[in-house]
Design a protein around this ligand. Structure first.
Ligand code: PXP
Length: 238
């Protein structure tokens, strides 16, 4: 049965919109754990647009489920990872202008830098995963690097506009997933998964973990909105 990793970055996005202390992503991590999350994911970006250093430290200290730290191949963030020691690091590409992680990591172009980074992380006992497109050549390179897992980018499937395109992207994902498994890699998937499109991805054979963030945070705002207004109304009209 596949596991669910919950990405809490966008709880921090709401907090950072006001540079205040609510909502605290650490509280969200605890609630995610109570809701059955098998792991918590945070992406500590170099520009610190959502998750902050203290969030990573506190989630690691407080949560009992695994912590998966997403990060760019960066000396600064690697130092933080070596100090916090998450259970797993997922290396992702990062560009300052992007709204979110737009494509997979190019393992071929950045092979040597990635190797240096994962050598340090694995040396400290941290599992290494690479966020890559569902592409056989990228998966082969990932295996060559000796990582424990890959996370296949589900964005092309999630964003496909026509039913035909959805099928094409889903087949690519499934075939790449089976190739990754055949290479002895643990298969994680994520990006753009929603309550509508997640089911068939969860049914892909041997998927280890699905990492989902934006859709869960969006749903939480809506399912919690009415109650939140009721509570405020009660205070105002006392
Ligand atoms: N996996 C990776 C590597 C990501 O970068 C992200 C987005 O931060 C996700 C999963 C989660 O994507 P979403 O927020 O669209 O569910």
């Amino acid at each position: 049965m596949p596991l669910l990793g919950v990405n809490i970055d966008h709880v921090a996005t709401v907090r950072q919109a006001r540079r205040t202390n609510e909502p605290d992503p650490v509280h969200a991590a605890v609630l995610a754990e109570l809701g059955g999350a098998d792991s918590i994911t945070v992406h500590l970006r170099e520009d610190r647009r959502h998750i902050q250093d203290r969030d990573v430290r506190l989630v690691k200290e407080i949560c009992r489920v695994r912590l998966n730290l997403e990060m760019a191949v960066s000396d600064e963030i690697t130092k933080i990872a070596l100090s916090v020691r998450p259970d797993q690091v997922t290396l992702v590409p990062e560009r300052r202008e992007e709204v979110t992680t737009e494509g997979g990591l190019d393992v071929i172009t950045h092979f040597q830098r990635i190797r240096q980074c994962i050598d340090q992380l694995q040396g400290a006992g941290i599992l290494a995963s690479l966020f890559i497109d569902p592409d056989v050549i990228q998966i082969e390179k990932a295996r060559e690097l000796g990582v424990e897992a890959v996370e296949l980018h589900t964005g092309a499937y999630a964003e496909a506009k026509t039913p035909e395109q959805v099928e094409i992207e889903f087949d690519k994902l499934r075939e790449a997933g089976q190739f990754a498994i055949a290479q002895g890699l643990k298969l994680n998937v994520g990006h753009g998964l929603t309550y509508r499109n997640v089911r068939r991805v969860a049914e892909i054979q041997s998927v280890h973990e699905l990492n989902i963030g934006h859709s869960i945070v969006s749903q939480a705002i809506l399912v919690g909105f009415e109650r939140a207004v009721r509570e405020m109304k009660q205070l105002v009209t006392l």
